[in-house]
Write a protein that binds this ligand. Sequence first.
Ligand code: PLP
Length: 383
Amino acid sequence: MKHLRMSSAVNPNWATYDLSNLVDNLSEVRRQLAPGRDVFAAIKGNAYGHGAFPVARTLERAGISAFMTGSYDEATELRELGIRAPIVMFAGALPDGIPDIINAGLIPTIVDMASARAAAQASMSGTPASIYVKVNMGLGRLGVAASEAETFIATLSEMPGLKVDGIYTHLPYGNEAGLEWARGRYVAFDDLIRRLDTAGLVPPVTQAGASSSVVSGIVDQANSVCVGHLLYGLSPYEPGFPADLANYKPVISEIGSRLVQVTAHRQGSDVVIAGMQGIRTGKRIGVAPIGAAHGLHRPAPGSAPVAVIRGMRVPILAVSLEHLTVDLDAVETAEVGDEVLLLGGDEDARISLDELAGWSGLSCLDTVLAVSGRLDAHYIGEA
Ligand SMILES: *Cc1c(COP(=O)(O)O)cnc(C)c1O
C-alpha cells in the first residue's frame, strides 16, 4: 500500500528524499579529500530545498564538523530542534544583527569593522565571541579584500571579546574558464594562510574548497571544505562541463501524484489542452492534480516530457497551473488512484533528475528548489 503512505486522498502529491544518499554522498566527499581535512555542510536555502532539519540531523549523526547557512530563522530553528554542531552564518546580517546571532549560539561571519565591534560588544558579558572572517579572493561578492585580510585579522585578534575561529573564502565555478580562474585564486588563498601562519595569526579553521573544487580535484592547503551541491547529489557545473559524478546520488528520489480522472475520447473529438482538435484515433487521457503551482515547469520547446504510470513511460501532454495531463494510450489498465511519477520509478521505467530537469529547461538544483515546500515531503533512509 505504498501510495497510501506516500500521500493522502485529498492531496495526493509528494516528494521523497532519501537520506541514505546524503550520507553516502558525504562519504564520497570524504574519500576525495586528503586525510584529516574536515567537511562542513552548506545548508543554505533550506538545505538547497531538501529541508534543513532532516538534512542537518542526518549529517550531524554522520559526524559533520559544522554547518554553514545564511538563514537566521532556519539556523535558530535547528538549535531549538537540538542540532548541536557549530553553525557558521554567512555574512547576511547588518552589524546591529550580530549580537542576536551570537546570543542564539551561532557564529557570525565578519567582513568589516562595524560588525567586528558589534560582535565584541555582544560578548562583553561573558566568554569571547567566536567569529569567522570571510575574505574576497575575487568572486567579488562578500568579504574583506584579500590585500587587507592580514591587517584585518591582526586587528581583530587584538580585540578583547573576539575569537577568530575561522577564515574562509568562496571560489565556485561552473565551466572551464572558471576552473582556470579558480586554480589561481586557490593558490593566492594558500599564500594568505601561509603569511598568517608566519605571523602567528592563522585561525583554527581555514576553508576555501567547495563542490566544484572537490570534483575537479583541486588540492589546496586549507584544512576544511564546505560542500553543498555534492552532498545533495547535484552537479556544481554547467550542463556540458564534463564531471565524474557517478558516485553521487541525488537525495531527492521521487516526485509523484495520482490520477484523479481517466477519460476516453472518441475519434473526432477535441483534446485542446494537448493542442489536439478532431483527433484521428481514440485517445485515453489521465489527469493528476500537480502542476506549475506545485513547482513543475512547462515543458521546454522540443522536449519530450514523460511520467511513469504502472511501470510504463507515458507522454506528458500538458502542465497547467494545478494539473498534469498525460496520454494513457500505452497503459490500458490505468485507473483513478494510480501513481504518476515525475521522478523515480523502477529499473525498467525510471525518470532521473537529469531527465526531469532536462524537459523542464532547468538545472537540477533549480528543479529541486521549484518543488521545495510545495509537496508533501517524505524522508526515507534515515540512519
Ligand atoms: C554555498 C556555499 C558553499 C557551498 O558551495 P557548493 O558549490 O554548493 O559546494 C561554500 N561556501 C560558501 C560561502 C557558500 O555560499
